[in-house]
Design a binder for this molecule. Structure first.
Ligand code: C5P
Length: 231
């Protein structure tokens, strides 16, 4: 895979106008964008289609979870937008429905195992009798067995999950910070090179690029770091 294709820039911006300006500024430096709740619910879905028409790839981070029939219909609609990746929560019914509904399209389903803001106490409060690491492993195994295309995981989890994510599953890791960058609210961070070495296929990077004084230079520096780590 081309190093540039491995970088996914999170367009965590309040409006389509702001996102368009960022995409224009990044130009050929970035070919893959992630759209989450903030932009999706502010006109981001037609915007996703326009990115696809401009030969960019789109990751819709919508973290779907509902009854199987509703998930299927939603996934069919997302597939028609031309997106490359869509996230769903890693519940077996939801994953089965999503994987079946994406057949015949180029959409790939990524499972979110346990949200990174959850710790063991949060899981206990939600009624689970698992630690975070047990539940991540259990859900990753279920995702693999159901035929989910990939997992969203922290770079710390990537090395362990790489061993079990067989069958060409892709690992997509947020929480990436170039050396010296602001951590923001991310707790478990890794540099781009360390995440690639740990087994990540794609890196999701938001603020270190979109909030940089020179976003294009920041993106180019990360692509260079990916190239260096894959040599
Ligand atoms: O700005 P920053 O690089 O921290 O952005 C990371 C992106 O990845 C955000 O869009 C965030 O919602 C997303 N994400 C994350 N942790 C997860 C899943 C998604 O940070 N476990």
């Amino acid at each position: 895979m081309d190093a540039r294709e491995r970088l996914i820039v999170a367009l965590d911006l309040p409006s389509v106008a702001a996102a368009e300006a960022m995409v224009t500024q990044l130009g050929d430096s970035v070919s893959f964008y992630k759209i989450g709740y903030q932009l999706a619910f502010a006109g981001g879905l037609p915007f996703a289609e326009s990115l696809v028409r401009a030969n960019k790839r789109v990751f819709l981070d919508l973290k779907l979870h509902d009854i199987g029939n509703t998930v299927s219909k939603g996934v069919e609609s997302v597939a028609r937008l031309g997106a490359t990746f869509l996230t769903v929560h890693a519940y077996p019914q939801t994953m089965h429905a999503a994987v079946d509904a994406r057949k015949g399209s180029s959409l790939r389903i990524l499972a979110v195992s346990v949200l990174t803001s959850y710790d063991d106490a949060d899981l206990a409060a939600a009624g689970y009798d698992f630690t975070v690491s047990e539940l991540v492993e259990e859900r990753a195994a279920q995702a693999r067995d159901i035929g989910v295309d990939g997992l969203v995981c922290s770079a710390e989890e990537a090395a362990r999950l790489r061993l079990m994510a067989t069958g060409g599953m892709v690992l997509v890791t947020p929480g990436i910070r170039p050396a010296g960058a602001e951590k923001g609210d991310q707790k478990r961070i890794m540099t781009p090179a360390a995440a690639i070495t740990a087994g990540a296929d794609h890196l999701v990077v938001g603020r270190p690029i979109v909030a940089a004084p020179d976003p294009k230079a920041a993106a180019e520096a990360i692509v260079a770091e990916i190239v260096g780590a894959t040599r």
